[in-house]
Design a protein. Structure first.
Length: 257
């Protein structure tokens, strides 16, 4: 085979590189499944079980932990293959933690689990910019989250008369986003507000760069579906964190926090 110009050479090079990367990613997925005693058929079944998007109306649907674990294991295998991310061990671990919490929150069947996991995602994202900042985020404990949820439920009347009523309450019941905002409003120390702002910026930046660097992967068989969960879950978390953060001042004012 003869290549007559640079553009042709570049095309062949990129196709060869993509094929090699796809092969490597598939081998890593198969290895991850093998450790769990599973196969690609099990992965396909898990992907068929976990059907996004997960909206407020589908909050109480039940999803098996095994299906979620299979998808997260395969995402872990893929993260080490992603250019740039895979070369930085700590960055890959951070991304895996964030993706794991994001997907668990996405498919959580109850508000407490959804809020707890998205809160842990915030802690993980905060370490990307300021490792010391994570210590200021006192939201990792389920007891703290449950306290915020209890406060949300007992504060419905106060929230109804506030400018955040439509955001925090739906049909007389606090939404999970409202609960998360109250958890953040009641547990974050004043010194961490700049860190939280950085958290949302970092997540948007991570989502944007990943989307650009592995956009073509979404067309790959099986791998594309797994990558879809990674990108879509990160995008979902980014949108909801930003939404909750933008409403925290209103929640604090409504509840006199």
């Amino acid at each position: 085979m003869y290549i007559i110009n640079y553009n042709e050479w570049r095309r062949v090079y990129e196709e060869t590189e993509a094929a090699a990367l796809q092969s490597t990613a598939m081998l890593k997925i198969q290895a991850a499944l093998s450790k769990r005693g599973k196969s690609l058929t099990d992965l396909e079944a898990a992907l068929a079980t976990l059907v996004p998007p997960i909206t407020e109306s589908r909050l109480h649907e039940s999803y098996t932990e095994e299906a979620i674990d299979i998808v997260i294991d395969c995402i872990s295998a893929l993260i080490s293959t992603i250019p740039l991310v895979g070369t930085g061990v700590s960055k890959a671990i951070d991304l895996l933690h964030i993706a794991s919490y994001a997907i668990r929150s996405w498919f959580a069947s109850d508000a407490a689990s959804k809020v707890t996991n998205i809160a842990m995602a915030i802690v993980s994202i905060s370490t990307l910019a300021a490792p010391a900042g994570a210590g200021l985020l006192n939201i990792g404990s389920r007891a703290v989250v449950n306290g915020g949820i209890a406060l949300a439920k007992s504060s419905v009347k106060k929230l109804v008369g506030s400018k955040v009523a439509n955001f925090a309450i739906k049909k007389g019941v606090p939404t999970w986003q409202g609960m998360l905002s109250i958890v953040l409003a009641t547990t974050l120390k004043d010194t961490v507000w700049n860190t939280l702002s950085t958290v949302t910026t970092n997540l948007k930046s991570m989502y944007s760069s990943l989307t650009k660097s592995i956009a073509s992967w979404r067309s790959w068989p099986i791998i594309g579906s797994v990558i879809g969960y990674l990108l879509d879950a990160l995008g979902w978390v980014s949108t909801n964190i930003s939404y909750c953060v933008s409403n925290i001042s209103g929640v604090k004012a409504a509840l006199s926090i």
